[in-house]
Design a binder for this molecule. Structure first.
Ligand code: ACM
Length: 548
């Protein structure tokens, strides 16, 4: 049955004549409260099979042959949580039970995999009857945060592609989409009170092609942004698929697009911020926000609108890669350090982040930021995305803060997938499908109390070198399938004990599902000719990995 991610337990009954068959008279019945999941399943399976699937109560469906029932299981919920599910498929029907709605949704996703690759298509095509052999499955996720970051700032991904990406995540039981909405190279969220953020900040004149040392640029304006209604649609579409969208507004570094739109946000006593455009380079940018009261009020205004659109508990405020040179040179920043009695520029960044930690907490939300927010002291309620290896995450977890592990050495999916010359714009170090499969979110040696603060893990897709959905597909898959198994399945904690050969064997069944979904993944044999970018320089040029 070759499910991905692998379920906790699966038992195939050795009674081949006792198979379940989905037919034109099959019904989909649901308990009160499960109608939303039933609607999703009906819409997917109707498209793929051409059957209509009458709706009914779960009880009625159990009484009609070849039907699917969705019901809640209180005991499962008490024992294994809302995301847990069981499936029993036999000649009487396919019975899906969930600890809660998310569990039922994951059961429905598993059922779709059991029906074969054609179940991932949008219209029926000729094929065998829709049969499933008798099976029982018990399943529940290892982690509650099974995330993916999508950087829509470096390259804008149109709304339709984001919705498609959400479906890809849902098919792998991933449940957090971290949208990196702002950076030096583009501001992608409409903010009504500050229209220049998108009028000016949402586009750049040209882009760098490949790593900066290659000195290649195109002459094509790049841009785009999501209206608040677009984002409400993305949030609701994701919520139906039990995915939470966590917005990121990156502060106080990675802010040149905002400064280009509103020059008063920059360090005006150090640089002529009015002369800055949206950045057309990649890299770490010296033009960071100033720390005036006016800037605080400005971003409170931005965040008020962000909170209107995104109901997520966590709001990501970046905090990474904020060079302190301008603050060192700025009389205003230095006066601020003195006035606040801070030790140095790190203290200033920490104060800035703490301000928004408090501001979010007062509104019932929680701040999450990159591990640099540890420098100068972590804000009391903040959670950390540990990207520069495990160390930041370990320090934060040991201090009692929640952590999402996303070490760049393992789960930065912009990094090259193989050593070959043919990899398009080979960035970073070789991080193969197997490397991702052997990624362990909880480092060995972390005490139980600290380990309980590891909410889960996240794979990050930075898009400097991906300029459309096809490029995103290529870098994301198949590695996201391996990542999904790491965060969902009960794999051995010691990565060396993981059965990668078995995963690869199951992937042979999973690739046809991805094909049916229309995902342009990297094939095991390497990139297809049109997936290569001959001559475009990556980074580092020698591709050798650092010590972990
Ligand atoms: C990061 O990669 N700068 C979070």
């Amino acid at each position: 049955m070759d499910l991905i991610p692998a379920p906790t337990r699966l038992h195939e009954w050795d009674r081949h004549e006792w198979t379940f068959e989905l037919t034109a008279t099959s019904r989909i019945g649901a308990d009160h409260g499960a109608e939303g999941v039933a609607r999703w399943l009906r819409s997917e399976l109707s498209a793929a099979t051409g059957f209509t699937f009458d709706a009914c109560a779960a009880q009625q469906a159990t009484q009609s042959a070849n039907s699917i029932t969705l019901s809640f299981d209180e005991r499962l919920r008490a024992e294994r949580g809302r995301e847990a599910y069981t499936i029993t498929v036999d000649v009487y029907g396919a019975r899906l039970a969930g600890g809660g709605r998310p569990g039922l949704f994951y059961a429905a996703q598993t059922l779709r995999q059991l029906l074969g690759p054609r179940a991932f298509r949008r219209a029926p095509i000729p094929g065998e009857p829709w049969k499933i052999q008798s099976v029982t499955i018990e399943d529940a996720p290892r982690f509650g945060w099974r995330g993916v970051l999508l950087d829509v700032s470096r390259h804008f991904l149109p709304k339709a592609d984001v919705l498609r990406f959400v479906d890809q995540l849902a098919a792998h039981k991933l449940n957090v989409l971290h949208l990196h909405l702002t950076d030096d190279q583009g501001w992608r969220i409409e903010i009504e009170r500050y229209p220049r953020l998108t009028e000016v900040g949402a586009w750049r004149e040209r882009s760098m092609v490949g790593f900066r040392a290659g000195e290649r640029r195109d002459d094509r304006p790049h841009g785009g942004y999501y209206t608040k209604d677009d984002l409400r649609e993305i949030v609701a579409y994701a919520a139906k698929r039990h995915i939470t969208v966590v917005p990121e507004i990156d502060l106080p570094g990675h802010s040149q697009a905002a400064i280009a739109a509103y020059p008063e946000l920059g360090n005006t006593d150090v640089v002529d911020t009015a002369a800055l455009g949206v950045w057309t380079d990649w890299g770490v940018n010296p033009n960071v926000l100033n720390v005036s009261e006016r800037t605080l009020r400005f971003f409170e205004g931005v965040l008020e609108e962000v909170l209107e659109v995104f109901p997520s508990e966590f709001v990501h405020l970046g905090g990474d890669e904020c060079p302190k040179d301008q603050w060192r040179a700025s009389a205003a920043a230095q006066a601020r350090i003195k006035e606040l009695g801070l030790a140095d520029e790190d203290g200033l960044q920490s104060w800035f982040i703490r301000h928004f930690d408090r501001w979010l907490a007062e509104r019932g939300r929680r701040l999450i930021g990159w591990d640099e927010i540890l420098e100068g002291g972590l804000a009391p309620g903040a959670a950390v995305s540990s990207w520069r290896g495990y160390a930041g995450g370990v320090a934060a977890a040991e201090a009692g803060h929640d952590v999402v592990m996303c070490p760049e050495q393992y789960v930065y999916l912009d990094h090259r997938q193989a050593a070959g010359e043919d990899e398009p714009i080979p960035v970073g170090y070789v991080r193969s499908l197997e490397d991702v499969y052997r990624f362990e979110p909880v480092p060995a040696g972390l005490g139980a109390e600290a380990a309980a603060h590891v909410l889960g893990a996240q794979a990050n897709l930075w898009t400097e070198f991906m300029d459309d959905a096809r490029d995103v597909d290529y870098r994301a898959f198949p590695r996201l399938a391996a990542f999904a198994e790491v965060v969902w399945s009960a794999l051995p904690a010691d990565p060396a004990d993981r059965d990668f050969a078995d995963f690869e064997r199951r992937m042979a069944a999973h690739y046809p599902r991805l094909d049916a979904l229309g995902v342009e993944y990297r094939r095991p044999e390497g990139p297809r000719p049109w997936q290569r970018r001959p001559g475009v320089l990556g980074r580092p040029v020698d591709g050798r990995p650092p010590a972990l």
